[in-house]
Design a protein around this ligand. Structure first.
Ligand SMILES: [Zn+2]
Length: 103
């Protein structure tokens, strides 16, 4: 199997990828006697900050989904690496004038 085929196969496996910035927040609630007002704030609550139409949106990630979502953020990083590698392979093919012959 050539390198590009292998890379495309790996890209296919990155089904949980998430493109965004990870944010964890601690907060205080409206109950006046709650310990969160003495410094033990609630949290963390996790969010993924995503760009939509040039604006940032914070998407809440429920605790039950956090582990998988963190994995998804890593998968996006790997996808970018793979795209860079495929670009390098394709540039070599262009240099060799064989780019259009490869499936
Ligand atoms: Zn509280």
């Amino acid at each position: 199997m050539n390198e590009r085929t292998r890379l495309l196969g790996e890209l296919h496996s990155l089904s949980k990828l998430l493109h965004g910035s990870w944010v964890e927040r601690y907060s205080t609630c409206s109950r006046k006697n709650c310990k969160c007002h003495q410094g033990e704030r609630h949290g963390p609550r996790c969010y993924l900050v995503v760009n939509k139409n040039g604006r940032q949106r914070q998407k809440y990630i429920p605790n039950s989904q956090v582990a998988t979502a963190l994995d998804g953020v890593k998968q996006h990083q790997r996808a970018l690496e793979i795209i860079d590698k495929i670009t390098r392979v394709n540039l070599e093919l262009i240099k060799a004038r064989t780019y259009e012959k490869v499936e």
